[in-house]
Design a protein around this ligand. Structure first.
Ligand SMILES: [Zn+2]
Length: 367
């Protein structure tokens, strides 16, 4: 069939309108359906933790606890909760779980203890000051004890983690205008980090930076900080040994998050020994207690890394592999559920027990 130009234009316009209409209907309906499904699965106890988590070990991961104004100044807001959101999460855990630090909960669970509410361990990665400043008072409200994973060398040297160093630089490049962004992209290119100025620039630069060698990454960070004349904000620092000691004295578990937060599969054998054995030694020296738990930086765990953790003498180790643990899960590859608060909100952007339960249930973590 042939159309005149005029007919063709009209048909295109109608088709365009129809697809736009379909798109906007879909945009309205999808959150409604998503919330309704989550509510139904929750109320019918299909996703309810009482059923889904019974007899299993759930381990949740938090990274940062920042008030809203600081979260907006942090390059990766998705890995931060506000104190109010943490309070909401703790209330949810209190209703459905028996909560505690990982190693003690894990041992009780392995010994066959079956509490009325299933076990859940709360973990915090990276040793950020905000965990102490904003997280601890909320945990105290519920009398919860958690596990905090500490990168020992970063605490010794009082330097923030390399992914945060890059993140603050990326944010500065974005905020300093087009010229700074262009220069950053050119510099990144020379270090083998081919990024584009997209809306997810901060995340892309990190993902690409993980692919270059640790030595090159270090040089890249120094060059970036020098060029952008940027330094991390005071609120962005890590905890001190005194703050970590205080948490330990209050009954929280301290675990190792390596020495330098290196990506372990990239490490040579000697470096693996350093990251696992030396971090255990440093933490034990500072806290005068045995360190039992290890957390693989960035969740990167391969056979060599696992073996290094075993040789160092840790009794359990956590990954970023999503899910709850069954008793047969290897003790140096425990699964966790990372809490991204934006995935636990309903269509009105309110935190929802039904949505959180659905994510924790593993039925559809990406929903
Ligand atoms: Zn980490």
């Amino acid at each position: 069939m042939f159309y005149t130009n005029r007919e063709f234009v009209i048909l295109n316009a109608i088709n365009g309108r129809t697809s736009n209409l379909n798109l906007s209907i879909l945009k309205t309906i999808k959150p409604l359906l998503r919330d309704a499904l989550a509510e139904w699965l929750f109320l019918s106890e299909i996703s309810n933790p009482d059923k889904r988590a019974k007899g299993k070990l759930t381990v949740v991961t938090f990274h940062r606890v920042l008030p809203e104004n600081l979260r907006q100044q942090y390059p990766y807001p998705g890995i931060s909760v506000t104190p109010e959101e943490l309070r909401w999460c703790c209330g949810f855990f209190n209703t459905y779980f028996s909560v505690g630090p990982l190693t003690s909960i894990y041992e009780r669970w392995l010994n066959g203890e079956l509490p009325e509410k299933p076990f859940l361990a709360i973990t915090f990665d990276d040793g950020q000051l905000d965990n102490f400043q904003y997280g601890l008072p909320i945990l105290d409200e519920f009398d919860f004890k958690a596990t905090f994973y500490i990168p020992a060398s970063n605490i010794d040297e009082e330097i923030i983690l390399w992914h945060d160093q890059i993140g603050y630089c990326a944010l500065a490049a974005r905020n300093n205008g087009e010229k700074a962004m262009q220069k950053t992209l050119e510099l990144a290119q020379t270090y083998g980090v081919p990024v584009k100025p997209t809306s997810a620039f901060e995340n892309h630069i990190i993902q690409h930076s993980k692919r270059i060698s640790p030595e090159k990454r270090k040089q890249f960070i120094e060059a970036l900080e020098h060029m952008l004349k940027t330094s991390p904000p005071e609120w962005g620092r890590l905890m001190t040994w005194d703050e970590i000691r205080l948490m330990h004295q209050q009954g929280h578990e301290i675990g190792s998050h390596s020495m330098t937060h290196s990506l372990m599969p990239q490490c040579k054998d000697k470096e693996l020994e350093y990251e696992t054995i030396e971090s255990k030694r440093r933490l034990e020296e500072e806290l005068n207690t045995e360190i039992a738990s290890f957390c693989y930086p960035n969740g990167n765990c391969d056979a060599r890394s696992e073996n290094a953790v075993r040789i160092a003498g840790y009794t359990n180790a956590v990954t970023t592999q999503w899910g709850k643990n069954q008793p047969w899960q290897p003790h140096l590859q425990l699964k966790r559920c990372d809490v991204n608060i934006f995935n636990n909100q309903n269509r009105k952007q309110q935190l929802s027990a039904a949505r959180f339960s659905l994510r924790l249930s593993g039925l559809q973590p990406g929903l």
